[in-house]
Design a protein around this ligand. Structure first.
Ligand code: ADP
Ligand code: MG
Length: 441
């Protein structure tokens, strides 16, 4: 039981939190005793926070909520699953529901994917409904008419992906001139090459006097500089700057040849029949292939990638979220921001090409107060990518040693038919060899 036993071993050697520097103790103490009940939020919002089950603010919430309430620009970096959404949603809902009533779209949240747009809108709904703060989301891949109808009715908060947002602006259905706050969630990604043009164009459409908030789990020096150039004297908040990986995640890497990866995935799933396993692959084609390979050995999975239409994407996400199907095979389209409850394992079936995506992929487990395990399957060709990840996270990823016996056992235990053929051929060869030897005698 190579994988299992090594993971049990990891259980015992969980990452221990680094002790706080003495100078931090005072802040630490007051932070630990801080509860949401001691904030003077708008009363309906306070009720919704209780109903959501949030008692104490997380580190990032504790640090980001006051400056956002004041109207400052904020650049906030905190690990995956540490409650960044509520860190901006709570102060925004408070501000939108207090003070002089204003109409029109006042808060715009930009996100990279459709699923994240729905999810972030869901958090605004959950925390803001009782306060009468209206939120809606717009994204591509679905008909635009219902979204236009929603915009015409009016909303306070809009969560959007860039493509559909610009479509609706250019058609005159969306006005951005009353925006008071722009929020970039997954900010480093939104400011990266693929999106920066859109964001610059967007900024030209917004009032000059506005608040801008950046939230992410990762950011490199260059993007940070770019972020600073878009805001005025931002408050910089960075939680655990030396460790971008959430402390709730035990993550390790195993060297497995490309052709054998499916056998190890199969074994991991069989050894953990109740686990929710989110598996990341590099391409859409590989997602389908891995899913088919699992199906052949009797394991049901669903896929999630950019070539699927939105209805199918929603279906996959829905059944995985509910636990009706326990295995989701996804591309990086699901790596950022997605908050699925109870994901026990993240498997990097392929090593991600962008090192920061390692942090985001494995960050789909170990969310909130939960713990999670992530395993990466690294073929010899992928070793350079692994080195880049180690550089980004500032240390090598713990190595899962698989001895030859366990490795061979994993391959031979597979239910794969082609593998049975391999075995049959090998057995046949043995028979032939034995027969030959007998003849010689
Ligand atoms: P991030 O954006 O930092 O990756 P999310 O905002 O998606 O994280 O939140 C991760 C999980 O933590 C969510 O399921 C959320 O409901 C939960 N959460 C957020 N804030 C708190 C809190 N103060 N107490 C308990 N759980 C929280
Ligand atoms: Mg997030």
């Amino acid at each position: 039981m190579a994988i299992q036993s090594t993971l049990c071993h990891l259980e015992k050697h969980r990452y221990k939190p680094v002790p706080l520097h003495p100078s931090a103790v005072l802040i630490h103490k007051s932070f630990r005793s801080m509860r949401f009940s001691s904030y003077s939020f708008q009363p309906e919002l306070s009720k919704s926070i209780v109903e959501a089950g949030f008692v104490k603010p997380t580190d990032i919430q504790y640090k980001a909520i006051p400056p956002i309430m004041k109207g400052d620009d904020v650049l906030a970096i905190a690990q995956t699953g540490t409650g960044k959404t509520a860190a901006f949603a709570i102060p925004m809902i408070h501000r939108l529901s207090t003070g002089k009533p204003k109409t029109g779209l006042r808060c715009l949240v930009m996100v990279p994917t459709r699923e994240l747009a729905m999810q972030v809108r869901g958090v605004f709904d959950q925390l803001g409904k009782a306060s009468n703060v209206k939120a809606m989301s717009i994204f591509g891949g679905v008909e635009q008419d219902p979204q236009i109808a929603g915009l015409l009715k009016g909303t306070d908060v809009l969560v959007a992906t860039p493509g559909r947002m610009f479509d609706l602006v250019s058609q005159g259905f969306l006005k951005l001139d009353a925006i008071e706050t722009l929020i970039l969630d997954e900010a480093d990604h939104m400011l990266d090459l693929g999106f920066i043009h859109d964001i610059r164009q967007l900024i030209r459409l917004l009032p000059q006097k506005r608040q801008t908030l950046f939230f992410s789990a990762t950011i490199d020096a260059e993007i940070k500089k770019l972020a600073y150039s878009l805001v005025i004297n931002p408050i910089r908040i960075q939680i655990s700057p030396n460790d971008p990986v959430s402390k709730n995640i035990d993550h390790s890497v195993a060297y497995i040849s490309m052709d054998d990866k499916r056998f190890f995935l199969e074994r991991l799933i069989r050894e953990h029949p109740d686990a929710k396993v989110l598996t990341f692959v590099r391409t859409k084609v590989r997602a389908e292939r891995v899913s088919t390979a699992l199906e052949r050995v009797g394991i049901k999975s669903v896929c999630m990638h950019g070539d699927m239409d939105q209805k199918l994407r929603n279906e996959s996400m829905g059944v995985f979220r509910k636990g009706e199907v326990q295995i989701l095979i996804a591309t990086d389209v699901s790596a950022r921001g997605i908050d699925i409850p109870d994901v026990n394992y993240v498997v990097n079936y392929d090593i991600p090409e962008k090192p920061e995506n390692y942090v985001h992929r494995i960050g789909r487990t170990g969310r909130g107060t939960q713990r999670g395990i992530a395993v990466s399957f690294c073929s010899p060709d992928e070793k350079p990518l692994l080195d880049e990840i180690a550089e980004l996270i500032g240390k090598p990823i713990q190595l899962l040693k698989i001895d030859k016996e366990s490795y061979d056992e994993t391959v031979s235990l597979s239910n794969a038919v082609d593998h049975d053929w391999r075995k049959l051929i090998a057995e046949n060869e043995n028979v032939v060899i034995k027969k030959r030897k007998k003849k010689k005698k």
